[in-house]
Design a protein around this ligand. Structure first.
Ligand code: ADP
Ligand code: AMP
Length: 218
């Protein structure tokens, strides 16, 4: 299974990718997580990405595409992957297409998580993330068992710098301008399946699984 999750920031891509990747037995590849890991370690890639991330802008395609190419060429991604947060614009989608075509393969499905903007702002304002494993929580909708601690590894959860309301609004603008055309691109390619991403997490997962299964047989 080679799948992409697309949707505005806060739609629940990371939440669903974590669950679906485990169930589908493929690695979750989140470009946001890879960038944040590099920022936290102070690597050259992290230093290049940080200023864009802090503003809520996209990291330049050249940097992002090279990073994804490197990640998808690793052994664990040979049998499939679930991409979360990549591609984010048409140029990245074209690059992914030729990357996969060089490997003699292509995408199976692009799942669009649909949710309205006010819900996104509510979700992102309450988001807390694990610095160790990248798992995300919400202070009300999906709270950890022990407040402030990751259920999986006990690490102290943190609030992302770009989850402030002003930056959230800017990220939504970037989504409308750069990522919505990508959704149209995948619709033309016949790969897109849209599902509602509102309601409880497990209901969204059930919709996602049904949509993936339907796409596989069609
Ligand atoms: P994205 O990866 O698309 O930016 P996340 O998966 O990080 O989104 O989710 C954003 C926030 O919304 C997190 O705090 C997460 O716990 C919460 N969330 C995810 N799915 C739901 C849902 N179905 N209902 C309510 N809150 C959700
Ligand atoms: P995310 O974790 O997906 O919300 O991404 C956080 C930030 O990382 C974004 O606001 C961008 O600055 C950067 N980023 C993540 N994925 C990409 C991508 N595919 N292209 C460019 N920038 C990205």
């Amino acid at each position: 299974m080679r799948a992409v999750l697309v949707g505005p920031p806060g739609a629940g891509k990371g939440t669903q990718a974590q669950i679906l990747a485990t169930e589908l037995k493929v690695p979750k590849v989140s470009t946001g997580d890879i960038f944040r890991f590099n920022v936290s370690k102070g690597t050259e890639l992290g230093l290049r990405a940080k200023e864009y991330m802090d503003r809520g802008d996209l990291v330049p395609d050249q940097v992002t595409n090279a990073m994804v190419k490197d990640r998808l060429s690793q052994d664990d991604a040979a049998g499939g992957f679930l991409l979360d947060g990549f591609p984010r614009n048409v140029n990245q989608a074209e690059t992914l297409k030729s990357m996969l075509s060089d490997l003699g393969t292509g995408l199976d499905v692009v799942l669009e998580l649909q949710v309205d903007e006010e819900e996104v702002v509510r979700r992102l304002s309450g988001r807390r993330s694990c610095p160790e494993c990248g798992r995300v929580y919400h202070v009300e909708h999906d709270a950890p068992r022990v407040a402030g601690r990751c259920d999986d590894d006990g690490a102290e959860l943190y609030q992302r710098e770009d989850d402030r309301e002003e930056t959230i609004r800017h990220r939504l603008k970037v989504y409308r301008e750069q990522t919505v055309p990508l959704v149209e691109f995948y619709e033309r390619e016949g790969l897109l399946v849209g599902i509602s991403a509102t309601g409880p997490v497990d209901e969204v997962t059930a919709r996602a699984k049904a949509a993936i299964a339907e796409k596989k047989v069609s």
